[in-house]
Write a protein that binds this ligand. Structure first.
Ligand code: UD1
Ligand code: CA
Length: 460
């Protein structure tokens, strides 16, 4: 099998995006567009991968700095797709085999389709094989021109096409396989004599045909696979396609999606069987959801792990946290990074946790802030409890031991420890450690003044 080399074109300006961000860094379904091309490329195990950067080259390069094995060819100025590919010559001149050309702005291409393209290309010993698609609406795309025998003769860009050529519904996807041997000499023969004054890579097809070389075409089984992103509208269109594919796979794997049209699950997220995702749920990053969980509407979970049978009620935000089996969170709760809700624990409405462990079976059900806190098992944290963990300079820890009871509306002024089984009276400001099994009362005593109100004249 010939070596595979991948080139990804990412140098164009993306004018129609109307953006200061390079087009290939715009996100579709949560990931930069170029990630999709890189993932498709990686599946081929290529001997080399070259990205052509040009417009905002440094920004694109910086965004990809932590990806191993990528080489960058800088195209300056950007004189068209043919000119772009020519810039990879220093990396590929002495290589042989098949060059697979991908576009940084075409994210839906399936691995199987690309493999079919390469197989045909190599089986026929073609100089070039172009991936095409049959579409209803071909405006803007290059058209495939075939002769009476059905052979591919040329590709003409929309702007340069005759009215008759424009009726063709077979379009160029911008994805190709090339034999490296004749490629760079032929690229140098492309001219810029067209409507845009650019060096068009598709002109290579006409050049090869004149040279008597073999040019093949393979049609994508689904035209949506080759949708390119040139505008924000197209960005939204491909995002929805990516989401739908992801959601189909989840449902196939035994996850219930009440409303797949509003459910967004990232590519690296895992969801266990029999989990139910209600509308407008967002699962992002490295999130792992167990089996038999229920995630109610409007919940966002990022980089977090949920055990089996966890219930997240409506409108919670959960980041970088762990929730053990059978725990329940929300509605309207926020778990900030490094929170750990242990088995069977409850976090209720308007409760915020930060860097806090809530032990097995413990409850913080109402209007509470627990920050830098370690809460043991079977603790009851009453409504309105606040850990005062910040003194304006540093953060301090609060420890609440097993079985303790924190009365409502208490402030725990850290650093402070409430011992095992101890009680804190409602409305206390706790500044000193509470020994195990003690009752702490930290509030001013109430004074009743009999008849005091009678002497006052109140305006009606
Ligand atoms: C291109 C094809 C067209 C095809 C369509 C499919 C050409 C001339 N036309 O048109 O036949 O139907 O894709 O989507 O190739 N780029 C560079 N440097 C440049 C110009 C472009 O790196 O100088 C990159 C762009 O960043 C992009 C890719 O090449 O990733 C395609 O360029 P674009 O301008 O989007 O081409 P289209 O007009 O869409
Ligand atoms: Ca394009």
């Amino acid at each position: 099998m010939p070596d595979k080399h991948v080139v990804i074109l990412a140098g164009g300006k993306g004018t129609r995006m109307k953006s200061t961000l390079p087009k290939v860094l715009h996100r579709a379904a949560g990931r930069p567009l170029i990630d999709y091309a890189l993932a498709t490329a990686g599946a081929l195990n290529p001997a080399s991968t070259v990205i052509v950067v040009g417009h905002q080259a440094e920004t694109v390069r910086a965004a990809l700095a932590n990806r191993p094995g990528l080489q960058f060819a800088v195209q300056e100025p950007q004189l068209g797709t043919g000119h772009a590919l020519l810039q990879t010559e220093p990396f590929l001149a002495r290589r042989t085999g098949t060059l697979v050309l991908l576009s940084g702005d075409v994210p839906l291409l399936r691995k199987s389709t690309l493999e079919a393209l390469i197989r045909r290309h190599e089986d026929r010993g073609a100089a070039a094989t172009v991936l095409t698609a049959h579409v209803d609406e071909a405006d803007g795309y290059g058209r495939i021109v075939r002769n009476d025998h059905g052979e591919v003769m040329a590709i003409v860009e929309h702007r340069d096409a005759t009215p008759e050529q424009r009726t063709a519904r077979e379009i160029n996807s911008g994805i190709y396989a090339f034999d490296l041997a004749p490629l760079f000499d032929a690229l140098r023969r492309i001219e810029a004599a067209n409507a845009q004054g650019e060096y068009y890579l598709p002109d290579l097809v006409g050049i090869y045909r004149k040279d008597g070389r073999t040019v093949e075409a393979v049609a994508a089984p689904d035209a949506r696979e080759v949708l390119g992103v040139n505008s924000r509208r197209e960005l939204a269109t491909v995002s929805v396609q990516i989401r739908d594919r992801r959601n189909d796979a989840l449902m196939e794997a035994g996850v219930t999606l009440v409303d797949p049209a509003t459910t967004w699950v990232g590519p690296d997220v895992t969801v266990g069987e029999d989990t139910i995702l209600h509308p407008s749920v967002y699962l992002e990053g490295a999130t792992r959801i167990g089996e038999g969980c229920v995630i109610h509407a409007g919940v966002r979970i990022v980089d977090s792990t949920l055990g089996d049978g966890v219930v997240i009620n409506n409108y919670c935000v959960i980041r970088e946290s762990t929730i053990d089996p059978a725990a329940e969170v929300g509605p309207f709760a926020q778990l900030r990074p490094q929170s750990h809700v242990e088995e069977g624990a409850h976090v209720g409405n308007f409760v915020e946790l930060k860097k806090t462990r809530l032990g097995k079976g413990s409850k913080a059900n109402h209007l509470t802030y627990l920050g830098d806190a370690t809460v043991g098992e079977k603790v009851n944290v009453g409504a309105g409890t606040i850990t005062c963990n910040y003194d304006g300079v540093a953060k301090h820890p609060t420890v609440i031991e097993d079985g303790a009871f924190i009365g409502s509306d208490s402030q725990l002024i850290a650093p402070v420890r409430v011992g095992k089984g101890a009680y804190v009276a409602a409305g206390s400001s706790v500044t000193d450690d509470v020994p195990a099994d003690a009752l702490a009362i930290g509030r001013g005593r109430q004074v009743n003044k009999p008849g005091w109100a009678k002497g006052r004249t109140r305006k009606a």
